[in-house]
Design a protein around this ligand. Structure first.
Ligand code: AMP
Length: 365
């Protein structure tokens, strides 16, 4: 379907649902390619508003505001995966072009649907069970064997909506702590490392991926990304192959991110997919300074119907998030030779809030 859409022309206006730093970085990339941007977000202090050509601050169920927004743009995309299904349906029903196709969100917004999609296509995941009651948790924890992680099916991010079940007797307390909502129970994976693959699929089915990224989390929030991940060429190729399979099966258009666990068993490495993010991703921020074309430009190329780039990595990369008051060190990072500082312009540095990042690029030996 996307193949028949008219190609977007420079000078057009891109509509973005969501007003966070991912939107802000998309807009900056769009501007370099001669595109204007209109951000739609219900949050008055959205940091993407500061750089947008136009902004709408309204709830996602405000049909009048959505109609005005849709009329003012040539193509709509989103910078977060929890776009309400009703909002996406309203836009699509009113003939807006929304890419990636919001139908994909039914799979990626629900951890159970996502896991079932993956196993249907022979892609490895942690062992899991569907949970709808306290009894389900008690039964599943025996099958899966603790430790296990109870996760809400919907609206979880950065470790929110997750409770660890350390032993069988924890089932009832975990179910309560999670809020007694539809969930999945997942086996706890003793992984070697966590990686992500950021890839783009064009309207014509073309595909391009960055090298797999190694991700280090602190209190469930991404702290550092290292590129390339320490993987053998065969495992790196397999990781990219998994991302391609997912993108092809979803007929995806745009940039998508696949988070995976690397597990070692009897000297062999296995890849298990943890999550699919239908969007640009924090672990790809290094591509702004450390690749010939960034994930943000690549996303715009893909949805606009333009040729995908074959991005070249410019060295050995380390990207560090600046969380909460770590942003106070901005002068130190500016003075550091070779460090590139990004500040998102958020008014308040709350604990756990992503305020900026630093990218360090070293020559490859
Ligand atoms: P998620 O919200 O599913 O992306 O999980 C956030 C982080 O929690 C992951 O990046 C892992 O570090 C950790 N985690 C999530 N699920 C598991 C699991 N099944 N086994 C081990 N660690 C996990």
């Amino acid at each position: 379907m996307a193949g028949n859409l008219p190609v977007l022309k420079p000078g057009s206006t891109l509509g973005i649902l969501g007003g966070g730093q991912l939107g802000r970085m998309l807009i900056i990339a769009a501007a370099r390619l001669g595109l204007r941007s209109h951000v739609y977000s219900p949050e008055p202090d959205s940091c993407a508003f500061d750089v947008a050509s136009e902004k709408t601050c309204a709830p996602y169920d405000d049909d009048d505001a959505l109609t005005r927004f849709a009329k003012s743009v040539d193509l709509i995309t989103y910078e977060f995966e929890n776009v309400p299904a009703e909002t996406a349906d309203f836009l699509v029903t009113n003939r807006s072009v929304v890419l990636p196709d919001p139908a994909i969100l039914a799979t990626t917004q629900d951890r159970l649907a996502e896991k079932n999609f993956l196993i249907d296509f022979g892609i490895g995941t942690a062992p899991f069970a569907e949970i709808g009651s306290e009894v389900d948790v008690s039964v599943a924890v025996v099958q899966i064997e603790p430790p296990a992680v109870l996760k809400t099916r919907r609206l979880g991010y950065d470790g929110k909506g997750q409770v660890v079940v350390r032993e069988e007797g924890d089932a009832a307390a975990a179910w309560k702590e999670l809020g007694e909502v539809p969930a999945i129970l997942e086996g706890f994976i003793e992984f070697e490392r966590e990686i992500s693959v950021i890839a783009a699929r064009g309207r014509d089915g073309s595909f391009a991926a960055y090298d797999p990224i190694e991700n280090i989390y602190r209190e469930h929030i991404l702290h550092r990304s290292l590129v390339p991940a320490a993987l053998s060429p065969a495992v790196a190729k397999e990781a990219v192959g998994i991302a391609k399979k997912i993108a092809d099966e979803l007929s995806y258009v745009g940039v998508l991110t696949v988070e995976m666990f690397v597990v070692e068993k009897d000297g062999r490495f296995q890849l298990l997919v943890n999550e699919i993010a239908p969007r640009v991703h924090n672990s790809g921020h290094w591509t702004i300074d450390g690749a010939s074309v960034s994930q943000f430009e690549q996303h715009i190329r893909a949805i606009a119907g333009w040729p995908l780039a074959k991005p070249r990595r410019l060295g050995k990369i380390e990207m560090t998030n600046l969380i909460g008051d770590e942003i106070e060190g901005w002068k130190k990072f500016l003075a550091e030779p070779g460090a590139v500082l990004h500040i998102y312009g958020k008014r308040e540095a709350r604990p756990g809030r992503k305020m900026g990042h630093v990218t360090r690029i070293k020559p490859e030996k």
